[in-house]
Ligand binder design. Sequence first.
Ligand SMILES: Cc1ncc(COP(=O)(O)O)c(C=O)c1O
Length: 419
Amino acid sequence: MNTEIKLSQEFDKKDPLRKFKKEFITNNNEIYLDGNSLGKLPKKSINKVKKVLEKQWGVNLIRSWNDYWLNMVYKTSSKLEKLFNASNNEIIIGESTSVYLYQILSSLLNSKKYNPHFISDNLNFPSDLYIINGICDSINSSSKTIINYKSEIEANIQLLKQTIKDKPGIVTLSLVTFKSSWIYPMKELNEWALKYNSIIVWDLSHAAGAVHIDFKKSKTLTAVGCTYKFLNGGPGSPAYLYIKEGLIKNIKNPISGWFGHSNPFSFLNKFNQAKGIKKFSNGTPSILSITPIETGIDLILKANTKIIEAKSKKQSEFLKSLIHKFLIPLDFKIESPINPLNRGSHISISHPESWRICKSLQNGPLKIILDYRPPKYIRIGISPLYTSFEDLAKTVLKITNIVNKKEYLNYSKEKPRIT
Ligand SMILES: Cc1ncc(COP(=O)(O)O)c(C=O)c1O
């Protein structure tokens, strides 16, 4: 393993993004490989939030809505427009991914522009499937097809295309899937959907900030996604909704909240929906949670998503080679696509003792934080702005030691119940 550690250090020396690590708060003697769940805290976000609390809320009080806060929402949305190569006023932030997904799916359904048929698959995030089911349960005329691929790792693109062709409608997919990190061919599927009178709502939660996304080039019409993973916006930081300009005018927000009114501060009894993406606003935006998002996006913009993606691919290939050499002989399996072109920015592995191995990794002089997903998966998240090659080599080394010495036996099999 010494050779691999040395090699990882060589890679780190040549890493064009190595200077970004110091932009984040880092615990000593800890490796954090869970940025695909909750990104790290950018140092600059601390003062930004402090300023909003102490000066804008503390001193300026309600005047801050006009002086800072309304503008902050638009400024942050426009940073996302830059990140994804969208046009002005095509992105809004403020709700959770689940709420935005509900809004866009319902509005597309109500527009009667598409068959009232939803399509998704078993690789999608459960909340996205719950939202589809919920809409179908409440609107009798709608139906759904949830494709069950044989694999939990890869989508069968031919089957997906055939399903869209046979029964067109409103498709929703996670661009990078939460379990295996499978990535769909975005442009190819958007074009296919268009050809067969369908539309795809992309969930970018596991992709944004780690994968290069260009809405114009990929012909994307609509998307949602969270900001707390690779975008490092903070715990529960609000999500975004993107709708291409030409589509916005033909659809209506199913929620008629006052922030979606054309003139909310006229306090009229009659609801008159705003024009443009603003019509998808609902209520008062959560300023404290929106505040740190901009710093997170700025770092990603500065680093450049093409360079981030290239590093992520190089790192996940390095990690894959270490898994093959050291972990496969110890009863681990790779649960992610083997081809890096089909992978986002994490690798899932499995082992019968995954849970206790994860507990074991969190203890000792070097703590390693990974993501356990029941029943047997460990997700190793690569966040290229702060994950080093050495982090990956040391993680595989520690897992190897834990399994060889059976250190995981010191931990209980019991899992805390999160309610
Ligand atoms: C792919 C994906 N979609 C949706 C969600 C849910 O997002 P929210 O909690 O913002 O509704 C998550 C949460 O982790 C996710 O990973």
